[in-house]
Design a protein around this ligand. Structure first.
Ligand code: NAD
Ligand code: UDX
Length: 488
């Protein structure tokens, strides 16, 4: 670790929003900049209490390494609180890191970002900031949102012109590129830090914070609109690769090719690169779909329908692919799931996170429930209460819904949860792997197969299990994008 930058003009940071981005990002900033006081504030008291509790295994966000970072900085120069007003008043720099979900109603519903929380933050900063404050957009925002924030702040500036405590503002865009599950590593060793703004003084103030641990050549400065658009574009390009490889996976299954071999063959072309070419059950997470739909909305708004259609196709392919997997499971199980047991391994949208936002497991599980399946669900980090919320259906424990191994002909889909992989698989007609948790790659298939109902299937939508071991345990096997398995 380098010596802290002594020339930073920033002494007090406030971050509004203690979620998946605000919490880990500020924990790393505080850890790397011991001379800066960092206050993370949120309106959600429960979330703040969870950040403050002693048991570090129960932080509200699960991220490998986060507990250590928090333990080093918390109550030294990192604080979590609901005192939004007080933290803004003390701050030289305010990060806005609140949620920006897709609008559910009104103009742009289903595509545009809902900016009500960002606007509320801008108004809070306008009301409570003292002296000169740099406001940093950390949330992912549509292009030109900085203008909205600036307008709100300038209105406050004008109305307080004659006060003794008149305040001034600069707005910067500093989008976050961390991926969940690897957030701490991404924050500690970022590929780049992007800062967009008009005032070079404000840009350098923010850069001086990052310079405590990020090499200068990785700190990119752009104008504010490029910075906002670069964030949406990065997510759109990444998601596009996943839809591309999943579309080819479907073709592989139809033709006898293997998508993993195709991915390896194209990934060695240095112009294409090998990352983000893993076929799976479709992309999930809170960002990709939301940010692409935002790009679609902006493109249409600016009179570019062809551009909008191009990007919308990435999301449409993803949704089609999720339903394709559930249809395939139904087909392999003789066209009906009524009264059949399907064990779902993994509900988080990827491994090493407890986040289920937009996880493919939601669409796939709902399809299977519609078919009358009796689902038993396992995930090492997701709580059953979250699954109930996501599925819009209460958990029904096995004793009530079905006997240990028997299957009836009920048409009502139900689900239950267990922390034991062997328990969810016991009595199952099929196992469907939806998240690439390491423990699923280590399953002893001989043991598991003993308690399944024959002819039993394993559907590996993440391509993580050893097919030979599954087959030699007498189980039938399907793997995403593997046409050679289809013709076996
Ligand atoms: P989140 O929902 O986990 O957290 C947002 C928090 O903001 C919530 O706890 C909420 O209570 C709080 N909040 C909302 N309005 C508030 C207000 N007026 N005052 C105080 N607190 C308020 O969201 P997130 O996943 O952390 O995402 C935040 C932003 O970062 C989004 O724009 C998202 O697109 C972007 N982003 C997310 C990721 C990711 O991996 N999750 C990565 C990069 C960028
Ligand atoms: C993404 C971006 O990667 C990150 O830069 C941005 O800041 C936030 O959005 P995140 O959604 O947390 O991060 O995870 P990511 O690793 O990108 O995975 C997104 C989804 O794509 C997951 O469901 C993952 O399983 C899936 N995926 C990823 C694949 O199906 N195949 C791949 O090759 C890579």
């Amino acid at each position: 670790m380098r010596e802290p930058e002594a020339n930073s003009v920033i002494r007090n940071i406030c971050c509004i929003g203690a979620g998946y981005v605000g919490g880990p990002t500020m924990a790393v900033v505080a850890d790397r900049c011991p001379l800066i006081q960092v206050k993370v504030v949120d309106i959600n008291q429960k979330r703040i209490d969870a950040w403050n509790q002693n048991d570090l295994s129960k932080l509200p966000v699960y991220e490998p390494g986060l507990d250590l970072v928090v333990s080093r900085a918390r109550n030294r120069n990192l604080y979590f609180s609901v005192d939004v007003q007080g933290a803004i008043a003390e701050a030289d720099m305010v990060f806005i890191s609140v949620n920006t979900p897709t609008k559910t109603k009104g103009l742009g519903a289903g595509k545009a970002s809902d900016l009500r929380w960002v606007e509320a933050c801008a108004r809070q900063v306008a009301n409570f900031a003292q002296g000169h404050t740099i406001v940093v957009e950390k949330s992912t925002l549509p292009v030109r949102t900085a203008e909205v924030i600036k307008t709100i702040l300038e209105a406050a500036q004008t109305s307080h012109q004659n006060d003794s405590n008149s305040s001034t503002f600069e707005v910067l865009s500093n989008p976050e590129f961390l991926a969940e599950g690897s957030a701490i590593k991404d924050l500690e060793e970022p590929d780049r830090v992007l800062i967009g703004g008009e005032s070079s003084e404000a840009i350098e103030a923010l850069a001086s914070i990052y310079k405590n641990w990020v090499p200068e050549q990785k700190i990119l400065r752009t104008n504010i609109w490029s910075s906002e658009l670069a964030k949406l574009t990065a997510n759109a390009f990444l998601a596009q690769r996943i839809s591309s490889i999943n579309s080819i996976g479907a073709l592989c299954e139809a033709t006898g090719a293997d998508v993993r071999e195709v991915a390896r063959a194209i990934g060695t072309d240095s112009r294409i690169g090998s990352k983000f070419l893993d076929a799976g059950p479709g992309f999930g997470g809170s960002c990709f779909k939301k940010d692409i739909l935002n790009l679609v909305y902006l493109s249409r708004h600016f009179g570019l329908p062809e551009v909008a259609d191009f990007w919308e196709g990435v999301v449409e392919l993803n949704t089609w692919h999720q339903h394709r997997i559930s249809r395939l499971v139904v087909k392999k199980l003789f066209g009906t799931l009524s009264g059949k047991r399907v064990a779902i391994l993994g509900f988080a949208f990827k491994a090493n996170t407890n986040d289920t936002r937009e996880t493919s497991a939601i669409n796939i599980a709902k399809d299977l429930l519609d078919e009358g399946a009796l689902l038993s669900i396992h995930d090492p980090k997701v709580a059953p209460a979250q699954i109930a919320l996501d599925l819009g259906l209460e958990e029904m424990k096995p004793s009530k819904s079905f006997g240990s191994k028997s299957s009836g002909t009920s048409n009502e889909g139900t689900w239950w949860f267990s922390e034991e992989i062997s328990e969810v698989c016991s009595g199952a007609d099929a196992i469907l792997i939806l998240t690439e948790w390491y423990q699923y790659s280590q399953i002893n298939w001989i043991e598991i197969s003993k308690n399944m109902r024959n002819p039993a299937w394993v559907f590996d939508a993440r391509s993580i299990v050893n097919s030979e071991k599954v087959l030699s345990a007498g189980l039938q096997f399907w793997r995403v994008g593997d046409g050679s398995a289809e013709v076996r």
